[in-house]
Ligand binder design. Sequence first.
Ligand code: NAD
Length: 315
Amino acid sequence: MSKTAIIGSGFIGRAWAITFARAGHDVALWDNDSQAPRRAIDFIAGVLPDLKANDLLMGREPDDVLASIRVEDDLEAALAGVSHVQENTPETVAMKKEIFPRLDAAAPADASIASSSSAILPSHFTEELEGRARCLVVHPINPPYLIPAAEVVPAPWTAPEVVERVRDFLVSCGQAPIVMKRELDGFIMNRMQGALLEEAFRLVADGYATIEDVDIGIRDGLALRWSFMGPFETIDLNAPGGIRDYAIRYQGIYENLFPQMQRRVDWAGPVMDVIERDRRAKLPEKDLVRHQAWRDRRLMALAAHKRRAAKDISE
Ligand SMILES: NC(=O)c1ccc[n+]([C@@H]2O[C@H](COP(=O)([O-])OP(=O)(O)OC[C@H]3O[C@@H](n4cnc5c(N)ncnc54)[C@H](O)[C@@H]3O)[C@@H](O)[C@H]2O)c1
């Protein structure tokens, strides 16, 4: 068990708090809005029973998990004695540049300091820090207590042993870390998601598909396999001779497509009028928050199913 600090207690901070605490770590929540950690605690208290019902608390009780999360009004107190700091303040370089020197100054010398940044490279806000060797990005998918993959992104000066320690820490929390060898715009997952979204927007903008068609193609098509195996494992099983056979047989189909897939589509341009009209007809704006809770319940059911299936259906 180790002590951790969550800096910035909004959407992602509160979700990391659950992830760390259910694995038995102590969590201190801090935010410059003193009410934010208290709102986070209320949210967490509401979610824990659902997680318990889906056996997603690593065998612990909601009350125990909640008891290991505390609010600190003072940054120094939150950082005292911690071995890992997870920063979750708003996504601007200016914000990260303001908070990281404070974390580097106050966290114990051997603590790792990770930012949850979605897209800012760690070299863009850690270069000047005395303790830059212990700083890196750990980018989760929201919410990390239901989606295990997290990208571990070192700056050029991040110490390899820090990367290794953070990787081990994430594994201890039940996460599935993707350790990047060096930083890259978009990391790994947003590059893949971006390629898919760009094609989805283009298909709708060019009038080949409705947004429901695109959603069916993923939800009732490709994602069924992708929910338990990746694209490489998928194609390895889709040609009699395995992955090389797949490449030889099918590369030609895709090669033909790539030149057609180069033209950019403005996501917020005229196509958005069509997309937004269709989405709002399906889900009125006032129901967005309720539907986020629905998505999380579906994710819980999926996580519980995946764990059961991994046990029941051997390799
Ligand atoms: N929301 C997502 O889906 C998602 C996914 C992955 C990563 N992230 C990343 O996580 C980080 C946080 O995003 P979020 O969605 O939780 O945002 P959020 O707006 O929900 O939370 C941000 C929190 O930071 C606090 N804050 C603002 N200024 C601060 C300061 N000076 N010091 C301390 N706290 C301060 C706010 O009060 C708020 O509680 C961002 O870097 C974002 O890119 C978000």
